[in-house]
Design a protein around this ligand. Structure first.
Ligand SMILES: Cc1cc2nc3c(=O)[nH]c(=O)nc-3n(C[C@H](O)[C@H](O)[C@H](O)COP(=O)(O)OP(=O)(O)OC[C@H]3O[C@@H](n4cnc5c(N)ncnc54)[C@H](O)[C@@H]3O)c2cc1C
Length: 388
């Protein structure tokens, strides 16, 4: 496949990439269009990913995970996204956000209760930071947490929660500072929320342009009582934990975007060879060749940045700037590449009989979630100024 020999990979990394590719082409790709059309979540997906160990890829073996490096995890994730971006976001959120927060800041007891079953894929994780009035400015969130004996009482609405209606563990950020003494990002805690807690409710399910088989819901906390044992780490550092996990999360979204872009390129190369106009395959026209060459070149650049950032993380380096760059380049590449793919398919690119229409819709969200492209540029610029 195009780009297979582009990166220098170990035998284990190739084997896991190939395992993911084989699984995705057999189990995920054949259903992708139908699930998208019906906006239906595939109930069997979590179990199948769990069987492969793909819901515990970054969790050490001592906590029942696979203990793999970031590069290997992203190679697998990219293959899942190549088949279906909706399936990939489930894997990305679970592996990058709630499980990483539990691994880094959870107590031993929290790791036993939540991290181990999540690593085995018996519990699915979600991440609830955004709110109706706090998106890019997430530190302005207003869900309030009030301590009451050995419980916290949470009130507010979290929005856009990927898998919020199917997850068993949701790491939710809420204000622990007092309404009279707001402390911005330094007055937010991270709470482990389970759907059985009294006061937990599901709100609106979003009817989305793309990623239609990945459920996105509002969560309504109505004086929800959370045991004190479910507070993650320091009650004033939840926002810092969330931001730090997003460095990792953004690599997952970048891998998802690269998978979408690669799929658009592959379909375009095949279609340009088949489709004939003016008595010859359209790939004979230089205008089409240049589009294909630009698509491939941009994908190569995005992937090089992504896997260099992942390798830096595996060396233990701080990757805030590199992960923002990887997400920015990959998501804009996915949007540009899928737009070119629709153009190469002409009218057939605009209808659901061919896959590029779905790829085009799925690509857009990668420029929006886990920080919009504008926010990624702000993150990069701040790092350039040395403002950490
Ligand atoms: C499908 C989907 C799944 C999601 N999943 C999750 C999830 O699981 N958990 C979660 O917590 N959130 C999730 N989100 C929320 C997502 O992270 C937010 O939508 C995103 O951060 C943008 O916030 P917003 O939508 O409120 O846009 P806004 O912040 O209102 O931004 C609107 C526009 O203004 C621009 N803008 C804002 N501030 C600035 C600035 N300072 N400078 C320049 N431009 C700026 C933005 O870039 C954007 O173009 C999801 C969103 C979607 C669509």
């Amino acid at each position: 496949m195009i780009f297979d020999n582009f990166l220098s990979l170990s035998d284990e990394q190739r084997a896991i990439r190939d395992l993911a590719r084989d699984f995705a082409s057999r189990e995920i790709a054949p259903k992708a269009a139908e699930l998208d059309d019906a906006a239906k979540f595939d109930d069997s997906l979590t179990g199948k990913l769990a069987e492969l160990g793909f819901l515990g890829m970054l969790i050490p073996e001592e906590y029942d995970g696979m203990g793999l490096d970031t590069v290997t995890y992203l190679l697998a994730l990219e293959e899942i996204a190549f088949a279906d971006a909706s399936a990939a976001v489930l894997m990305s959120v679970h592996n990058s956000l709630p499980t990483q927060m539990l691994l880094r800041w959870g107590s031993d007891e929290q790791k036993d209760r939540f991290l181990r079953p999540m690593a085995r894929g018996e519990m699915l994780g979600a991440f609830a930071l955004s709110e109706p009035d706090a998106g890019s400015d997430a530190a302005a969130l207003s869900t309030q947490a009030r301590q009451d004996g050995d419980e916290w009482v949470l009130s507010g609405t979290k929005s856009w929660v990927t898998n919020g209606n199917v997850a068993q563990v949701i790491v939710a950020m809420a204000r622990t500072d007092s309404p009279d003494d707001r402390k911005g990002g330094r007055g937010i805690g991270a709470f482990i929320v389970t759907p059985d807690l009294p006061g937990f409710g599901l709100g609106k399910k979003e009817n989305k342009m793309g990623l239609r088989s990945s459920p996105t819901v509002q969560l309504v906390f109505d004086d929800m009582r959370v045991p004190a044992a479910n507070l993650l780490g320091d009650p004033s550092r939840g926002f810092t934990y969330a931001m730090s996990s997003l460095d990792q999360g953004r690599l997952g979204i970048a891998a998802q975007a690269c998978g979408i872009a690669r799929a658009a390129l592959q379909h375009s190369v095949a279609y340009a060879a088949d489709r004939r106009q003016f008595g010859r395959p359209i790939r004979d026209f230089q205008a089409i060749q240049f589009k294909l060459a630009d698509m491939a070149s941009k994908i190569a650049a995005a992937r090089a940045t992504l896997y260099a950032a992942a390798a830096a993380r595996d060396r233990g380096e701080r990757i805030t700037m590199y992960s923002a760059m990887a997400k920015l380049l990959s998501s804009e590449t996915a949007m540009w590449t899928t737009t070119q793919a629709v153009q190469i398919f002409g009218g057939y690119g605009y209808v659901k009989d061919y896959p590029v229409e779905r790829l085009f819709r799925d690509a857009k969200v990668t420029e929006i979630y886990e920080g919009t492209s504008e926010i990624q540029r702000i993150v990069v610029a701040r790092q350039l100024y040395g403002d950490r």
